[in-house]
Design a protein around this ligand. Sequence first.
Ligand code: FEO
Length: 395
Amino acid sequence: MNVRQIAPNIYWVGVIDWDTRYFHGHSLSTHRGTTYNAYLILDEKVALVDTVYTPVADKLLENIRQIVDPAQIDYIICNHSEVDHSGAIPHVLAAAPKAQIYCTQKGAEFLEAQFHGGWDYHVVKTFDELSLGKRTLTFLEAPMLHWPDSMFTYIKEDAILMPNDAFGQHYASSGRFDDEVDVDEMMEEASKYYANILTPFSSLVAKKLKEVADLGLPIKMICPSHGVMFRQNPGLILEAYQRWSTAPAEGGVVIVYDTMWGSTKMMAEAIASGVDAAGVPYKIFHLPVSDRNDVIEEIMRAGAVAIGSATINRGVLPAIAPLLDELVGLRVAGKKALAFGSDGWGGGAVKVINEYLDKAGMQRISEGVAMRWRPDEAARKALQEIGRQLAESIE
Ligand code: FEO
């Protein structure tokens, strides 16, 4: 892959990963691959902002060599120590023996705990600056966006923000900039990324956005560590983050379920019919044939959610359990919710779903609907009414 100049003497030297289909172990689907972005700044001093994932370290070094001998690198700025950005640091250091690492206190601790390198860490705090000669790097700590060690690097003279994971997308593309890709496709990935990674930290995202806005820093370009860079319209992703972090729901009902012999599916469809009658848009997902991370994004954007499962062993079917776990982890607080499910004699699934909805801080509109065997016409009518109530509960 060719390197790309993004401003005079500033280069994208990252790596495009067209192949990866899962991230964070197997917990996050990445249908469109990803990129690991790293940036090289040439000045009186040479700085590398972030590196790449370990298996593609050689590609990073090849890219750097197209511009400068890596031995010339003076500083490695580590905005975030997760290995998709720090994994190549040992390889870069081997080629750049004089390089010093700049990172937050937590960054130094986390890098040492992962690599045991005993490296020369220079710990920085918010507003600390590092002069490269004609250019100055300003550091802004951004704890829990999305790790305690995260920080942003801002290049004052070029008004370029390098915020690492924030504003990123798992999106491999031939275009490197927002004006070179399908913007709708790119924003779809940005939305999924936010929903699945940043949702638990929405209040901190909103606070950080305000903090940056209050600083009045001009931002001509946003260069995250995954996906494309925003040079045509950085406001697009800033506004989206503002919206997602403060009022993530855009309306509509998501109905997600698993069924054993079709009864819970009939319940899902009857609830949907009631939502439809209320004039509210809805989507139905049969979870075993859906992508869980895509469904999570849909839930984040929905005004209300209904989750259904047939009962097995007094609990939920196996496809439903990971979704419930993630909703608790992602803290989907405040969203209107309904549990439903069919059973034969003992029941239990609706009780389990309710417990998870409560743990996630969601607002249940009722005790849920646990139904025996197959819903008859009267039961379907009752479910339609509940679907209508769920739709009308959206504020
Ligand atoms: Fe938190 Fe892209 O790593």
